[in-house]
Design a protein around this ligand. Structure first.
Ligand code: FMN
Length: 293
């Protein structure tokens, strides 16, 4: 299927883009109007765009239904300050409830059962239940259009972060496993970040990986190793050599059983290397593959 966005209705554009640009983190924005009335609403058109200066952007869109603007946008135009509260799994149903289109004077802290906690540098209150809160100054608001569905970039400078101590490890560093972020996908779909779906990807940013083109042909054209496997192998800084001290019982067995059938041996070696790569054992996988190349 090929889609030309100009031929789609706004709701269709929204449908495809929101399912595809996913998962998106959720900014839970607390704002006030010039009378001090409080608003609290979630926005998944949100991300980090700069660390120095520390800039995050979220986007309250013009309502598709009637092309009006959201209370959050009205508020930041009146009082250019916001507290961005990070949404975790423990809060998600309350956060969703707060997204109901309550009248402007209604405080969603009350409606969704959250507790106001005074911020230290800005007027909007923080959400006590959120484990990470960012006090921000709105430095620019950039409308992206005038029709229903048009986003409005609320460009925010983060002034101060409040991080719950329960998220820190012994070295006072954030423990990613403890944050339990949620993220929004298409429609009503969300995902939860927890230990079972977190993984590391080693990315050396000082040394260059040798690249796919430097892999021996038998490895590069493997019917068993995947793109991810080849990328792990191609991420080494220089072509590895056979290490005579490398000992591995499984490798010995493969050599013993399959030495009369080179084609089968290659398959077995590649399968074993794939298993090692799955366990993050890149050096060992290289030794297994070098035996045959
Ligand atoms: C998880 C979640 C993410 C949302 N993300 C956005 C968004 O990025 N932009 C937007 O305009 N509305 C978004 N909405 C809808 C707004 O939260 C909703 O329109 C809200 O009522 C706006 O409140 P306000 O008019 O009080 O500012 C989202 C809703 C939910 C539940």
């Amino acid at each position: 299927m090929i889609l030309d966005l100009k031929d789609l209705k706004t709701a269709e554009k929204q449908y495809y883009l929101q399912h595809v640009i996913a998962p998106r983190p959720v900014c839970f924005a607390s704002t006030v109007d010039k009378e001090g009335n409080i608003n609290l609403s979630p926005f998944s058109f949100f991300n980090l765009f700069s660390t120095n200066p520390p800039i995050v952007i979220f986007s309250p869109a013009r309502r598709v239904r009637d092309n009006t603007i959201k209370h959050t946008l009205e508020n930041v135009m009146e009082v250019p300050e916001v507290v961005i509260n990070i949404v975790t799994y423990e809060m998600i149903h309350q956060v969703s409830l707060s997204s109901c289109e309550y009248p402007r004077e209604v405080n969603e802290f009350t409606k969704a059962g959250f507790t106001e906690e005074p911020a230290t540098l800005v007027k909007p209150p923080m959400v006590k239940e959120s484990k990470v809160k960012m006090e921000c100054k709105v430095i620019e608001i950039k409308p992206l259009g005038t029709e229903g569905g048009a986003g409005n970039l609320v460009i925010c400078e983060v002034l101060r972060m409040h991080i719950d101590d329960s998220l820190l490890d012994d070295n006072m560093k954030l423990d990613q496993k403890k944050i339990h972020h949620i993220a929004r996908l298409g429609g009503d779909w969300y995902c939860k970040v927890d230990e079972s779906n977190l993984f590391h990807v080693t990315k050396p940013n000082t040394e260059l990986g040798i690249g796919f083109d430097a892999l021996p042909e038998s490895i590069r054209n493997s019917k068993i190793l995947t793109g991810n496997n080849l990328a792990q192998l191609a991420n080494v800084h220089e072509m590895p050599f056979i290490d005579p001290s490398f000992e591995d019982d499984n490798l010995k067995q493969i050599i013993q059983y399959y030495s009369i059938n080179p084609e089968e041996m290659e398959k077995e070696l590649h399968s074993y290397a794939k298993k090692l790569l799955g366990e993050g054992k890149v050096k060992e996988a290289w030794q297994v593959l070098l035996f045959n190349s």
